[in-house]
Design a protein around this ligand. Structure first.
Ligand code: MD3
Ligand code: FE
Length: 198
């Protein structure tokens, strides 16, 4: 696990935000729902790149090439995040999925593992924009002790090796900690490989 505070300066954050707004204009944020229960998550989502992570009551967690509401292919990945992957991921293959999570004031994400990918050899790279998120990360079991970090606007987190399958979640968002988003709240982008290369 590597935390790179302020990997994006203010200009870089504004540039990435403009790229995210352009993605959302073509691929609107949707309401993900939990497998079986159909309960909505509090986070709103969209994706960029060849594959996107989606979930709904009937088909559950999965990656697919198209937006679940519009049926269109996901827009291309923002260049800013491809550059961050190149600089920080230390991985020879490009990311296939860029999940964009939007947290309004009360949104959170419970402890979970990211294990819907075929390839756990590649790291996951996370970029935060907007209000600070309280991030919790533990170990490979739900019972492992957890540590808390503040994820601030411009911070990048790289999760690879042993930590790739660590339980993690977002406890809450600290409203009013950033002026980057006019509407307040937080964007988080996660870059992942999904398929095994080759
Ligand atoms: C630790 N997102 O989308 S990013 C997710 O801030 C997710 O939106 C959170 O967890 C967010 O799945 C956390 C940081 C992160 C991403 C992937 C990880 C931490 C991770 C994978 C393994 C361990
Ligand atoms: Fe996750």
């Amino acid at each position: 696990m590597r935390h790179s505070p302020q990997a994006l300066n203010e200009a870089g954050q504004r540039a990435l935000l403009a790229e995210i707004r352009a993605v959302i204009a073509k691929a609107p944020l949707f309401v993900p729902t939990m497998p079986r229960s159909g309960n909505p998550m509090s986070v709103r989502m969209t994706n960029a790149g060849p594959l996107g992570w989606v979930t709904d009551k009937t088909h559950g967690y999965r990656y697919q090439a198209t937006h679940p509401v519009t049926g269109e292919l996901w827009p291309p990945m923002p260049q800013t995040v491809l550059d961050l992957w190149e600089a920080l991921a230390g991985h020879p293959h490009p990311p296939e999925a860029c999940l964009i999570n939007y947290y309004g004031g009360a949104a959170k994400m419970g402890l979970h593992q990211d294990k819907d990918e075929e390839d756990f050899d590649a790291p996951v790279l996370s970029v935060s924009l907007g209000d600070t998120g309280i991030f919790r990360v533990g170990g490979k079991t739900r019972k492992s002790p957890t540590e808390k970090y503040e994820l601030k606007s411009g911070d990048v987190f790289l999760l690879g090796g042993e930590d790739r399958l660590a339980y993690h979640g977002i406890d809450r968002i600290l409203a009013g900690t950033s002026d980057l988003l006019e509407e307040g709240g937080r964007f988080n982008l996660t870059l992942r490989r999904v398929t095994k290369p080759g």
